[in-house]
Design a protein around this ligand. Structure first.
Ligand code: NAI
Length: 329
């Protein structure tokens, strides 16, 4: 049998953690033959709640769950980690400005990026879920690069929830099953500025754009529905998306680790020669292919004038976020 993989999860006592941990322990993320050790990080005041979650994990008697650690120390949580899911973040409080939010999270992700680089496996895969996730990933990566050791390409932000949200909207509008849809891309920031781009999407070889055949729907319905979905969930549920966010994190890491036959959207540090005009290192939603435990940017897609204008908007937002945290890095 395989040696266990170590999965660190931050914000383990939170709502996403409560959906995420059980699915990781059941083998849905790394494979049904892959034992896992969960290394759970949360704040000191949340340690009792983490113990409660661990009691429930025990009570599932998961065959693949080979061990658990609970801690409030990032150096312990990230020790020898193969995968780090950075879910815990500072939420936006009442009256908090966007700049304050970026700075509060800057402090958290600087510490965690450094601790990952000093403690985790050299080929650790890191996925930031906690918002603002692209810029938090950029901060963690910047701190990790100062230490060296880990692969700077492996600090990702989560765009997969936007990708999955867009897939279902397209399936419902086109009448085609979600499983038949290929070649969706969500460009940019995990925020309402993201550009969900279905120009390339096919279903059994047919262009979904042609099936939908409704130019106004893209701007009037599709992009606002996907972009404002998080707010719509909060409005309906009284709580933010948690199970769907956990599901997207599982999808992102599963595809990265085990491969995917389809394009997937990943928030990755822009490669120097990306060809889409995104500054190197900015964590940006791009189309990727996953094989043999690695991901590759899909290059050379046509960017028409409309796509260019949409990408420019989400890029500008990310550049502004980067400028707001620059002094901390
Ligand atoms: P939550 O508030 O239920 O849980 C957050 C947990 O993180 C709490 O247990 C808290 O004690 C912990 N925490 C806070 N600071 C920490 C730190 N420095 N180190 C370790 N743990 C820390 O929040 P929820 O609903 O689980 O969401 C977590 C994050 O995920 C939020 O930032 C939310 O905005 C983000 N999110 C991202 C999505 C995406 O698509 N990228 C989708 C949905 C949520």
């Amino acid at each position: 049998s395989k040696a266990p993989m170590r999965v660190a999860v931050t914000g383990a006592a939170g709502q996403i953690g409560y959906s995420l941990l059980f699915r990781i322990a059941s083998g849905e993320m790394l494979g049904k033959d892959q034992p896992v050790i969960l290394q759970l990080l949360d704040l000191p005041q949340a340690q009792k709640a983490v113990q409660g979650v661990m009691m429930e994990l025990d009570d599932c008697a998961f065959p693949l769950l080979a061990g658990m650690v609970a801690t409030d120390d990032p150096n312990v949580a990230f020790k020898d980690a193969d995968v780090c899911l950075l879910v815990g973040a500072r939420p936006r409080g009442p009256g908090m400005e966007r700049a304050d939010l970026l700075t509060a999270n800057g402090a958290i992700f600087t510490v965690q990026g450094k601790a990952i680089a000093e403690n985790a496996k050299e080929d650790v895969k890191v996925l930031v879920v906690g918002n603002p996730c692209n810029t938090n990933a950029y901060i963690a990566r910047s701190a990790a690069i100062k230490v060296g050791r880990t692969n700077p390409n492996n600090y990702h932000g989560m765009l997969r929830l936007d990708h999955n949200r867009a897939l279902t909207q397209l399936a419902q509008k086109s009448g085609r099953p979600v499983s038949s849809l290929k070649q969706l891309v969500v460009w940019g920031n995990h925020s309402p500025s993201m550009y969900a781009d279905y120009r390339f999407v096919t279903s059994n070889g047919d262009s979904v754009k042609n099936i939908i055949n409704d130019a106004a729907w893209n701007n009037d319905v599709f992009l606002p529905t996907v972009g404002k979905r998080g707010a719509a969930i909060i409005d309906a549920r009284g709580l933010s998306s948690a199970a769907s966010a956990a599901n997207a994190a599982i999808d992102h890491i599963r595809d990265w680790h085990l491969g995917s036959s389809e394009w997937v959207t990943m928030g990755i540090p822009a490669p120097a020669d990306n060809g889409y005009g995104i500054p190197e290192g900015l964590v940006f939603g791009f189309p990727c292919e996953c094989k043999n435990g690695t991901f590759t940017l899909i290059k050379g897609l046509e960017i028409d004038d409309y796509a260019k204008s949409k990408i420019a908007i989400t890029l500008k937002e990310l550049e502004d976020e980067r400028a707001a945290v620059a002094s901390m890095l």
